[in-house]
Ligand binder design. Structure first.
Ligand code: ATP
Length: 238
């Protein structure tokens, strides 16, 4: 059966002052999918995620969540709808412990959901071992795990991940991608922003490529992986 539509970006135009970062972006994410959003520096990937989260408001176009418009809804309400965001550059709270950081991710609940904390520590045993360590003293890979774990603490139905591989060694990247697969298999839908196109497409069901604020390619991940245009532009071949 076809998957149910979860998120729809319809003709998004987003500006920073006079600079237009998105020029009519259409993207769909269906329940249960991993969707990869690819593109070079400055293509508009982060802007797209920030618009979904309610951190930016489009000048034109709509963001629809399960059929309802949510563009213009403030970010703290968007979290409450079930959309979690692990931002670019990780942004953990360096002077707080691992556990305290995770608890911050559950701020929308009256009390910290114990089962969710257990699940995060199960997904990331390295965080469990370091639960009392200050986040600022974690390695880059551990901070990335913490940023993802913190987003999971809000119990999102859709998880937005902004370049989880950034600045990390290949072995750590492989581990993190494997955990993203596990998170998805446990029922969370994922929209994954990546410059690491090959690995992202191997993980994803479908993908989109952005160039200077517009979608230039889209389709099933395996088809994109073998597309000569993709191989040349995003996989450094040709
Ligand atoms: P990167 O991987 O470098 O983050 P990206 O694809 O995520 O790239 P965005 O960060 O979304 O790209 O940026 C899209 C465009 O918007 C770029 O031209 C960028 O210079 C511009 N832009 C982003 N943030 C701002 C800002 N705060 N003020 C002005 N322009 C901005």
């Amino acid at each position: 059966p076809p998957r149910k539509k979860m998120l729809e970006l319809d003709d998004l135009h987003v500006f920073y002052g006079a600079i237009q970062a998105l020029k009519g972006v259409h993207i769909e994410v269906n329940e249960g999918e991993i969707v990869a959003l690819l593109g070079a520096n400055g293509a508009g990937k982060t802007t797209t995620l920030r618009t979904i989260s309610g951190l930016l408001t489009p000048r034109e176009g709509e963001v629809r969540w399960r059929g309802e418009r949510i563009d213009g809804v403030p970010a703290h309400h968007v979290v409450g709808l079930g959309i979690g965001h692990s931002p670019e550059g990780r942004r953990v709270f360096p002077a707080m412990t691992v556990t305290e950081n995770l608890n911050m991710g559950a701020y929308r609940f009256k009390s910290v959901p114990k089962a969710e904390l257990d699940r995060v520590f199960e997904l990331f045993p390295r965080l469990a071992e370091r639960r009392e360590q200050l986040a600022g003293t974690l390695s880059g890979g551990e901070q990335q795990m913490l940023a993802i774990g913190r987003a999971l603490m809000g119990q999102p139905k859709l998880l937005l991940l902004d370049e989880p591989s950034m600045g990390l060694a290949p072995l750590i990247v492989a581990q993190i991608f494997e955990i993203i697969r596990e998170i998805n298999e446990q029922g969370t839908t994922v929209l994954l922003v990546e410059q690491n196109a090959a690995q992202a497409l191997r993980l994803a069901h479908r993908g989109y490529a952005l160039e200077t604020g517009s979608v230039v390619l889209s389709g099933p991940a395996d088809r994109l992986l073998s597309d000569p245009k993709v191989r040349e532009a995003y996989l450094g071949e040709g």
